[in-house]
Ligand binder design. Structure first.
Ligand SMILES: [Mg+2]
Length: 408
């Protein structure tokens, strides 16, 4: 097959829809040498490979090779079957024409996260995909731990249509689904911006300060009023901070040590940084804590409110403008401009109502263990308490993360 003079013409001819092709499928217990054995057998018949895929699931291999058909395929068929029998494998050789059916217009990647992932959820989601006119072209497992995550390549339906259909079904099935458009943009370097309280960390920082000031119940009451819509974020923040008046600012060191990172936070940030992503935080909480997180986690951007300190004590006021709902979205835009990343390539993660503008401004907004109102308005939701599951939404597999950790 070397040095064909008309290689281009031959290749074009190879893919013509009328070219006879053979689909060779092999199934059985996996062991070293199966791929070599099959292709060595096929090589005896001077055929060319059009497509070739294999998957191993719990020690069983499924290997499919689509090859050009020789003028007479009888000998090839019997040799493939003989070889398969000698390896205790099942084989099938199916005649046909041309290559795989071309993928339809409208291509998306659908990530499904379950903890666990019931078969009934997969049945329901795939039924919705079919109803929207979509086709599942490929499936790949991204993670088995701490969640089961699979990625489906779907074609034939606009991404927005698919996202709307699957968001409803995901909520009904109690699994998390993210739908993103396929294409190079998905692999482009990105900026990830996270909320802090109840997103990057498990705590609400104002409550940690309140505990030291002995005003936890009062703070909780104001938080509840804000949630009922009686106060906006700025009002409620000012009211809560006022309760900290007179508290010794030395308490900052204690509060910093009390902050608990969300499980998976370090893995998420370490992996994103290795991939060349930039990572920022934006918080309605306080720089007294976020500065420390920036140092500990090596973050690129941060914005938060600052508790005013005079003579070593909190005054009960914040310094300057308050980072509120609109402020969070503005910070995302500013970080994106500074990082030179278009907004479509940004990812925002948050749990609260004051994160909504930021989530909707980002290319991908992820509601993280959020309240229903936030979950419904965001592009996608993660309802498992592991922050590194966001990596799967970006198409990064657990295996890749762990290999990278091993190599580091
Ligand atoms: Mg929050």
């Amino acid at each position: 097959m070397n040095a064909k003079p008309a290689a281009d013409a031959a290749t074009a001819e190879l893919l013509s829809p009328d070219t006879p092709t053979l689909l060779v499928k092999v199934f059985g217990k996996d062991r070293p040498g199966i791929t070599t054995g099959l292709f060595a057998t096929l090589a005896e018949h001077d055929v060319d490979v059009v497509d070739f895929e294999q998957v191993v699931t719990r020690g069983r291999i499924v290997l499919c090779a689509l090859v050009t058909a020789p003028p007479r395929d009888g000998a090839l068929r019997s040799e493939v079957h003989q070889w398969a029998e000698s390896c205790k494998l099942e084989a099938e050789v199916i005649s046909g024409k041309g290559d795989n059916r071309p993928r339809g217009e409208g291509r998306s990647h659908v990530t499904v996260l379950g903890h666990p992932l019931p078969a009934s959820a997969v049945a329901a989601l795939s039924a919705r995909i079919t109803e929207t006119g979509g086709n599942i072209d490929r499936v790949f497992r991204l993670a088995k731990y701490p969640v089961t995550a699979v990625e489906l390549a779907v074609s034939g339906v606009p991404t927005e249509t698919l996202r709307a259909a699957l968001a409803l079904e995901a909520a009904a099935q109690r699994v998390d689904v993210a739908v993103v458009a396929s294409g190079l943009q998905r692999r482009a370097k990105r900026l990830v911006v996270m909320d802090v309280d109840s997103t990057l960390i498990q705590d609400e920082v104002i409550e940690l300060f309140a505990a030291h000031a002995g005003c936890e119940p009062q703070v909780a009451e104001i938080t509840a009023a804000a949630m009922r819509g009686e106060l906006d974020f700025s009002e409620s923040l000012r009211a809560r901070v006022a309760l900290l008046e007179g508290l010794d600012a030395d308490v900052v060191a204690k509060v910093r040590s009390e902050v608990r990172l969300t499980p998976g936070a370090r893995t998420l940030i370490r992996t994103l940084k290795r991939l060349g992503y930039q990572v920022g935080i934006v918080s309605g909480g306080f720089t007294q804590v976020t500065d420390d997180l920036v140092d500990r986690l090596g973050l690129d951007f941060a914005a938060a409110n600052t508790l005013e300190v005079v003579d070593g004590r909190f005054t009960g006021r914040v310094v300057g403008d308050i980072v509120d709902r609109a402020g969070k979205a503005a910070m995302l835009r500013r970080f994106a401009a500074e990082a030179d990343v278009p907004l479509e390539q940004t990812v925002a993660i948050g749990d609260g109502a004051n994160d909504l503008d930021m989530l909707n401004t980002a290319g991908l907004g992820v509601a993280f263990n959020a309240k229903p109102v936030v979950r419904e308005a965001a592009h996608t939701a993660v309802n498992v308490p592991f922050l590194d599951t966001v990596l799967y939404l970006l198409g990064i597999s657990r295996e890749e993360v762990e290999e990278d950790d091993g190599a580091a």
